[in-house]
Write a protein that binds this ligand. Structure first.
Ligand SMILES: *Cc1c(COP(=O)(O)O)cnc(C)c1O
Length: 480
């Protein structure tokens, strides 16, 4: 069994094993003609359940064959140009190479003595990101598992900085279309069940700052404490960007922590063309970035940045066995002092490899391409009488619905759109997402693949219309 341990004696086994896995995936990439096979849970679950985990197959080849049956053949492939659903990106090769290196070396970024250079690389990337944001000389941050964890940590710091003796009085303001992790974080942080005050959005799905000002005033008048405002720079559903400068003004006026959730919009930090769309982000106290959304990085790769490094102390605990207090005096850089996690992946390496091979402009160009694609998709939708489209994209998301001219029952239109999404998924021809707007079902394209063309968008719209029409036709038949 020792031949399976990665070490000097097994270097050749490692090479051949990993190469074999890479060959399989490469072959898959070359032959995948749909983003999904349309496999159902009922088909796949028995195959997974039938595998006896107490009877190993022994060889990687046999296991890769088996994996074909239970995973590789039917996986949802984000690299396919007709995967248009969620905030998942196709990944860049230098980052995948980084992933292979970081798993094999297996550094853990909690302490210097488990990581060495990895710690310094992560710190450089945090500084690089903070500089791109414009957070100033005292900025710092840490890589996290994702935007949800970044938001949680940001609100933890905000809660501590609010220095309120009664947590029940703390209030957090976020637009009604902010990410649900804001509410989940408030709950985890022991805030009042009504702590998160939803602020209405305007026509473009941006937080209404007039309403925000009103709520902040009401909060103070009621003797409550405005702990934080969360501005979203790229909402999950619409890609809309809250008015950052006005929000920053209000935060300054009320002495409130400004957290900018740029999990999606952070890609603009690398854009030479559209960076101005997130102007004002430099005034944040903390910022969430998800490199695994708009920097084309594999999951996970994310970070929390803060304006003032000292605020990270709220996440600091000293364990004698790991990061005793004396190490701070000795200036030993233990990243665990800044993190909610202890053992932690060297995800930063993926971004490092990406920047060293492609440069930031390379990433920015890819993100610009999908933003441009969304603009063209919006024109298509706006000109097509079969569809109603919600907002012109600020990033790369399109929210729309099929609206048959002959049908007036809104519930029937909802069902036709739901059916179209399901039928499309079952066919595997394309994968699209859905959401609700004003209580009605809509469909959503999150465009993160520069390989997707306007022709793909037009073709998928035709498929959607076809499925919806089919449903409505069948529904007429059922009624008569
Ligand atoms: C995706 C997203 C999150 C959550 O990030 P994860 O990496 O999925 O945990 C938070 N905020 C926004 C705006 C997002 O789009």
């Amino acid at each position: 069994m020792r031949s399976h341990l990665l070490n000097g004696l097994t270097a050749e086994h490692y090479r051949s094993s990993v190469t074999e896995g890479v060959e399989r995936v490469a072959a898959k990439l070359a032959t995948t003609d749909r983003p999904f096979t349309g496999v159902t849970v009922d088909t796949l679950a028995p195959r997974v359940d039938a595998i006896d985990l107490d009877r190993p197959l022994g060889s990687a080849t046999a296991v890769l064959d088996e994996l074909e049956e239970v995973y590789l053949r039917d996986a949802v492939y984000f690299h396919h140009p007709r995967y248009l659903a969620h905030l998942n990106c196709p990944v860049v090769i230098p980052a995948v190479l980084g992933e292979a290196v970081l798993s094999a070396v297996n550094s853990s970024l909690d302490t210097w003595d488990q990581s060495a250079g990895g710690t310094l690389i992560e710190r450089r990337l945090i500084d690089w990101t903070a500089r791109r944001i414009g957070l100033g000389p005292a900025a710092d941050g840490v890589f996290t598992s994702g935007g949800s964890q970044s938001n949680l940590q940001a609100l933890l710091l905000a809660r501590e900085e609010a220095k309120s003796p009664s947590p029940a009085k703390l209030r957090v303001f976020a637009s009604e279309v902010s990410h649900f992790s804001v509410q989940k974080s408030a709950k985890l942080l022991g805030l009042d069940p009504d702590a998160v005050v939803p602020i209405p959005v305007d026509h473009d799905k941006r937080m209404q700052t007039v309403a925000l000002a009103r709520e902040l005033e009401r909060c103070v008048r009621d003797g409550l404490v405005p702990m934080a405002v969360v501005a979203t720079a790229g909402t999950t559903d619409f890609g809309s960007i809250d008015p950052l400068p006005e929000t920053a003004e209000l935060c300054a006026r009320f002495g409130t922590w400004l957290h900018v959730d740029a999990a999606y919009g952070c890609g603009l930090l690398a854009s030479r063309t559209y960076r101005h769309r997130i102007d004002g982000i430099e005034r944040a106290d903390s910022v969430t970035v998800d490199y695994h959304k708009s920097f084309f990085q594999p999951v996970s790769s994310s970070a929390l940045l803060v304006r003032d490094a000292a605020t990270l102390r709220h996440a600091t605990y000293h364990a004698e066995y790991l990061n005793p207090r004396r190490m701070v005096q000795e200036r030993i850089p233990n990243q665990v002092d800044k993190s909610l996690q202890t053992t932690r992946r060297f995800d930063a390496l993926k971004l490092w490899m990406t920047l060293r091979v492609m440069g930031a402009d390379g990433i920015g160009e890819l993100f610009d391409e999908v933003c441009d694609l969304a603009a063209r998709g919006w024109e298509l939708l706006a000109a097509d009488p079969r569809f109603d489209v919600v907002v012109a994209p600020a990033l790369s998301t399109l929210v729309f619905r099929y609206i048959p001219a002959a049908v007036t029952d809104p519930a029937e239109i909802d069902r036709a759109n739901l059916h179209a999404r399901r039928a499309l998924f079952a066919s595997g021809d394309a994968v699209v997402a859905g959401t609700k707007v004003g209580g009605r079902h809509y469909l959503k394209f999150t465009l993160l693949n520069p390989e997707t063309t306007t022709a793909d968008i037009a073709a998928v719209l035709d498929l959607i219309a076809g499925h919806a029409e089919q449903y409505l036709g069948d529904s007429l038949d059922r009624a008569s």
